[in-house]
Design a protein around this ligand. Structure first.
Ligand code: 4GY
Length: 221
């Protein structure tokens, strides 16, 4: 999968993208990420990419021209352009799994107070939100979307079952607790069913633990 991340701070992504699972996916050619600086596409003589909102209000907006020019420069025949915004549809594991099948994603990151609506109307296919809160820019949201989507690209995790079962089991339950060695830690033992080797009992225990966890979290929310 190819991904172009369009932002005013391409350096923001450099660290996370070279580390761990995403770093390995890029080295293995499973994920091809390009960082595009929207400022490169300004035609303003002072290199400006932002201006005051019509109608007044605090802060600045990104001008439509450099945003459209940047998207048009990277767009190909099969490109899906996603704008990260709290006004978008909530990101889900299901949407990530679908996006992982796309050939080319463009992740558009807003800065300041947002982007002139005409650029969004003309070039954006889909608006996605990673949650009901406001970030200082779309960059962390783009990283979250890319990270959660990359897990569904075959070969990225190395062990394919994990992509589906982590966190959201097929039935919508949250994953229960997990344990590794030592068998006893600071007076707390690993539930004995997990080391006794009865796989049917282990499955039963995990399902029960997942239901308990799901119920607990729902009570908090
Ligand atoms: N939540 N989900 C989010 C966000 C903030 C554009 C600058 C979110 O996706 N993006 O909070 N983005 C951005 C939006 C202008 C601030």
């Amino acid at each position: 999968m190819q991904v172009d991340i369009l932002s005013l701070f391409p350096e923001y992504f450099e660290g996370p993208l070279k580390l761990s699972i995403l770093g390995r996916a890029r080295e293995n050619g499973l994920l091809d990420v390009r960082l595009v600086d929207i400022r490169r596409f300004t035609t303003d003589k002072h290199g400006r990419v932002d201006d005051k909102p019509f109608g007044g209000g605090p802060g600045m907006l990104m001008m439509p021209e450099p945003v459209c020019a940047a998207i048009r420069a990277v767009r190909r025949e099969k490109t899906r352009v996603i704008y990260l915004t709290p006004q978008g549809a909530p990101l889900t594991a299901k949407r990530c799994e679908e996006l992982a099948k796309e050939e080319h994603l463009v992740l558009l990151c807003g800065h300041y107070e947002g982007i002139d609506e005409r650029a969004i109307e003309s070039e954006v296919d889909e608006e996605i939100s990673i949650g009901d809160y406001v970030l200082t820019s779309g960059c962390p949201a783009a990283l979250v979307l890319l990270d959660a989507t990359a897990r569904f690209i075959p070969g990225v995790l190395g062990h394919e079952e994990a992509a589906a079962s982590d966190s959201f089991q097929e039935d919508g339950l949250l994953e229960g607790p997990q344990y590794t060695r030592p068998r006893e830690f600071e007076g707390k033992s690993v539930p004995s069913v997990l080391w006794e080797g009865n796989h049917a009992e282990i499955a039963k225990w995990r399902r029960q633990a997942a239901m308990q966890k799901t119920k607990l979290v729902k009570e908090i929310v």
